[in-house]
Design a protein around this ligand. Sequence first.
Ligand code: SF4
Length: 315
Amino acid sequence: MLKTQNSDIFLRLENSGAKTVALQFPEGIKREAISFAEELRKKGYIVIISGEPCWGACDLDLDILKSADVLVHYGHAPVDDTKNIIYEFLRHDIDINSLEPVLGSIKGKKIGLVTTIQHVHELERIKVFFAEKGIECIVSKGGKRTPYKGQVLGCSFEAAKNTGCNEILFVGTGVFHPLGVSLATGARVIAFDPYMKEVRIADPDRLLRQRFAKIEKARSAGSFGIILSKKSGQKREELAERLASLSDKACIISIGEVTPDALLNLGFDAYVNTACPRLAYDDQARFPRPMLSPAEFEIVCKVRDWEDYKIDEIN
Ligand code: SF4
């Protein structure tokens, strides 16, 4: 079994009174569903595994709840208050002493501290580690989509903004979260990868240059498809409608999975993303046409200046 935030999943299931249990695992760990299903079947539950793609808690398979009493969503914390969902997120411990090299990168005596859900339980130990070295860590509450203090998501950096610090330490993997924290806060962001034990300073300049180039390319587009996601926690109808009203070349597209083929077949010259913000920033290279964020489309439509650029968040 995967290491999760606590071990009372069976108790929670028992308390729910469910007889038929649906399981939803994200892409990287989908195969783990087999052994979990087996354990549940031994306990007398009827089990249905969701075969739909899943990238986050914003992507709940709600259709499956027509055939099950409860959906166990693995790997993520809740982003909303959808009923009949039991969340079981993963928990990865950190070798606290491996943070030592971070000390050389910290300039001040007070830093904001943020991480992703799987390391949230380690924030207290990290705070103590730095306090012993004379550095105060500020861990703040996040927004509606990030229920744990210090937690950030690729679509919500509230916990970073709320620290009010001009220097922030992000503990976690990948380049997107630290860049997002940097763009959302304007702070100097130190990124520590607890697996590779590497320290980097996030530099959003390259990303901004790429985004500027996409905006320039999209200025000559004859048609804009405004992507409106069908996914439970990515559907931003009001935003899509407001953006569509900015240009008579824009049309809303309702879509579940945003794939290069789907966009190619739709045939718009450029797209504006109101689904998962990471689609525009992280996945742009996969798409055949420029994919703008909402703020970038506003720049194209001349209702926002480049100087007021802001990263897309769902809050
Ligand atoms: S919208 Fe994107 S970044 Fe936000 S929770 Fe969903 S997959 Fe993650």
